[in-house]
Design a protein around this ligand. Structure first.
Ligand code: ZN
Length: 478
């Protein structure tokens, strides 16, 4: 029997606002514990929350970018539970009237495009953080009241790879919208996954487990792969799956039982009496839709079309907004754009990854004009692609004009025929056997000869010219 995984995700995104969801406390990350609190977010008696307008605006943008239907009526509810990280003993959230419903997100899978439905998007406040030591548990309330958006997908994902792709797409959209840092390590993006297995072809859902404690997209993928094989083994052995919450242990690469859920929690939701419900007009929603920036999928299609890139290339470029902007800026002044794309996806991406440079700093790292100048040096046969790869780090480090670097280091390509012939004659003398091989039709032997000339000139020879000259010489002398 073949089993199919059924996965649904709950993603919590901390929205980038200057102040918390319902009070004036700063949202900065990493400040000393309990320095970003006030009577409102600590829930002291007599205080009143006030909705942060930016929180609503950002939330609405995300919902609309995910093709959701936004609600005209906005209401908050209290979700009641007792836990030390929650000083009010309730969380302001949204229950039966979420910000938006019925969205969709398109992902690329091995078998083509797939639409993942979004069930709902709602606004809520974050809880504090517990820090456990061997002797005590400490509470930091700085995170209390931070603006969160919860994005719940339908169980439309069928593998860990699809889930990874969904998260990547979602993060890309959030970054394009500039509404969140999306930093999983700092907790500004968190993800819980529901997963069950069922025989392929079956429509009824199996018993699911909920996975928590994944701190990276890779962690989510690993945890799901582990859980899929764990559940499959159990089902094949005839053991029932227990509905429970399981924690991912990154070090051991395993999930462990956290708590078994006998029944759903009773959070005793009721309308938040301190925040009056209000309406959002269609005009406001329409204006927000119009104000959305070009999103990754649309940008990808446009770049592929306008610059004749493959869909794959355009996808890699557009996955990161800053790379995409950089590409477009460069492509305005240089063609073929495919060359820019190749360098961005290859050596430049490598450089910024190994030097841990953020993509938003790419423009300052390698000025667009310097990249173009370098590409033109290659196009005009002043330097070879190989030399360009060598000097790229120096262009980046010094910010100098590539042409200057080439002059200073005497790296100009040798395109002077008589100069090249001197090197070529030497090689032909030294490699008599290989020359015979070439004459008897061995293609690879020709490559070897060109390689030897490149070596002698320390990569400065123009390889096409070397190729032609050798061919001519061997034909005339044979
Ligand atoms: Zn506060």
């Amino acid at each position: 029997m073949i089993y199919e995984a059924v996965i649904g995700l709950e993603v919590h995104v901390q929205l980038k606002t200057a102040t918390k969801a319902f009070c004036g406390c700063a949202t900065e990350f990493g400040l000393p514990a309990n320095t970003q609190t006030c009577p409102v977010c600590l829930g002291l008696p007599g205080t009143l929350p006030v909705l942060n307008k930016k929180f609503l605006e950002h939330g609405l943008r995300v919902a609309l970018a995910l093709n959701c239907t936004a609600a005209n009526y906005l209401k908050f509810d209290r979700k009641n539970y007792f836990y030390p990280d929650l000083p009010k003993d309730y969380q302001i959230s949204q229950y039966d009237k979420p910000l938006a419903v019925n969205g969709r997100l398109e992902i690329d899978t091995e078998t083509g495009k797939k639409e993942i439905r979004i069930l709902r998007v709602h606004m809520e406040e974050d809880a504090g953080k517990l820090i456990h030591s061997s002797s005590a548990s400490l509470v930091d309330y700085n995170r209390c009241g931070m603006p969160l958006l919860e994005i719940v997908s339908e169980p439309d994902l069928n593998s860990a790879a699809e889930t990874y792709e969904y998260l990547t797409q979602l993060k890309s959209i959030l970054e394009y919208l500039e509404v969140s840092d999306c930093d999983m390590e700092k907790g500004s993006l968190r993800c819980d996954a529901n997963i069950s297995l069922r025989p392929k072809g079956e429509t009824k859902l199996g018993v699911k487990t909920e996975l928590k404690n994944m701190n990276s997209f890779k962690g989510v993928r690993d945890a799901l792969n582990y859980e899929i094989s764990r559940q499959e083994k159990q089902l094949r052995a005839g053991t029932a799956i227990v509905q429970e919450t399981r924690l991912w242990n990154e070090e051991q690469q395993k999930t462990f039982t956290m708590r078994t859920k006998e029944e759903a929690h009773d959070y005793r939701y009721f309308p938040e009496p301190d925040l009056v419900p209000f309406t959002i007009s269609d005009e406001t929603i329409d204006a927000a839709i119009k104000a959305l920036p070009e999103l990754p999928q649309a940008k990808k299609q446009r770049l592929a079309r306008d610059y004749t890139l493959s869909e794959y290339d355009a996808g890699v470029i557009c996955a990161d907004k800053h790379i995409a902007l950089y590409f477009e800026e460069a492509a305005k002044h240089y063609s073929p754009a495919k060359n820019i794309c190749n360098w961005l996806m290859g050596d430049i991406m490598n450089y910024i990854n190994t030097h841990r440079i953020e993509t938003k700093a790419l423009k300052e790292t390698l000025a667009v004009k310097n990249l173009i100048a370098m590409l033109e040096l290659i196009d005009n046969n002043i330097i070879s692609g190989k030399i360009a790869k060598e000097i790229l780090p120096e262009i980046i480090k010094t910010g100098k004009d590539p042409e200057k670097i080439v002059q200073e280091k005497n790296l100009s390509q040798i395109s002077d025929t008589s100069q090249l012939e001197t090197f070529i004659d030497e090689v032909l003398r030294e490699q008599a056997q290989v020359v015979n091989d070439v004459r008897s039709g061995k293609e690879k032997a020709m490559m070897f000869l060109v390689g030897q000339v490149m070596k002698k000139t320390r990569g400065k020879a123009n390889p096409q010219m070397v190729n032609t000259i050798i061919k001519n010489k061997l034909e005339t002398n044979s």
